[in-house]
Design a binder for this molecule. Structure first.
Ligand SMILES: *C/C=C(C)/C=C/C=C(C)/C=C/C1=C(C)CCCC1(C)C
Length: 247
């Protein structure tokens, strides 16, 4: 059975495990005394994000989350499938947080989450594809297309809906949206320059470290910025509420 190579690869996975676990405990402790139901909603969504990532990192660090894939023309690649299992659940939760903050309607939230699941799913197919490098890069391109569409709706429709929220809520949404758009755009770059595409311009150890830093910033960093703004969270009207009130 495959296991992470000692060195940067293993160290990154253990830092990821501990960092996500600490993030989970911190958000849990902070949320324990919150009794405003609106604010609780953000805690419920946000606590599961590092919690899911912590078990995924643990699975990768211990070798369970890693498989070897034989690719025509490229030989055997080490693939961390557990990343995709993590991202499949955590990225929709991150978008749900943004949607709640924006007071976005359900259709906008569903559109973004649909594109997101499509993006992670096709990324996973690309990571597991055995038919050769070209096919893997085609799946990457399909997934990246979904990311571009997602960012279009995040920066367009959802941002427009957020602009109707009270001032502080809109400002917090803007900060978290910018952080998300910036960090998420780096993932496909690391993937295509890394080992999954077969280009391996970035070796697996550096790639693992890069994903770990991105994951910690996009999950724990994101949650930290979101949850420290108590007054903002209780003022945010939540999904659909604005639309319902306007009807
Ligand atoms: C906490 C984890 C986060 C925020 C993960 C985000 C992941 C992405 C935005 C991944 C995107 C990818 C593509 C756009 C192309 C194919 C490969 C992926 C899955 C790395």
């Amino acid at each position: 059975m495959a296991s992470p190579t000692m060195g940067l690869e293993a160290i990154s996975l253990w830092i990821g495990t501990v960092g996500m676990a600490l993030g989970t405990v911190y958000f849990l402790a902070k949320g324990w005394s919150v009794d405003d139901p609106r604010e609780q909603e953000y805690y419920i969504v946000t606590i599961f994000i590092p919690a899911i990532a912590a078990v995924s990192y643990f699975a990768m660090a211990t070798g369970y989350g890693l498989i070897e894939v034989d690719v025509t023309g490229l030989g055997t690649l080490d693939i961390y499938w557990a990343r995709y299992a993590d991202w499949l659940f955590t990225t929709p939760l991150l978008l749900l947080d943004l949607g709640l903050l924006a007071g976005a309607d359900r259709n906008t939230i569903y559109t973004l989450i649909g594109l997101d699941v499509f993006m992670i799913g096709t990324g996973l197919v690309g990571a597991l594809a055995t038919e050769g490098q070209l096919f893997r890069i085609v799946w990457w391109a399909i997934s990246t297309g979904a990311l571009i569409a997602l960012l279009y709706f995040l920066l367009g429709e959802m941002t427009e809906q957020a602009s109707k929220q009270p001032g502080d809520v809109g400002a917090l949404f803007g900060r978290l949206r910018n952080l998300t758009a910036l960090l998420w755009a780096i993932y496909p770059v690391v993937w295509v320059l890394g080992t999954e595409s077969g280009l391996a311009i970035i070796p697996l150890g550096v790639e693992t470290a890069a994903f770990m830093v991105l994951d910690l910033a996009a999950k724990v960093g994101f949650g930290f910025l979101l949850l420290r703004s108590r007054s903002v969270l209780s003022a945010a009207s939540g999904h659909g509420a604005t639309a319902v009130a306007d009807d």
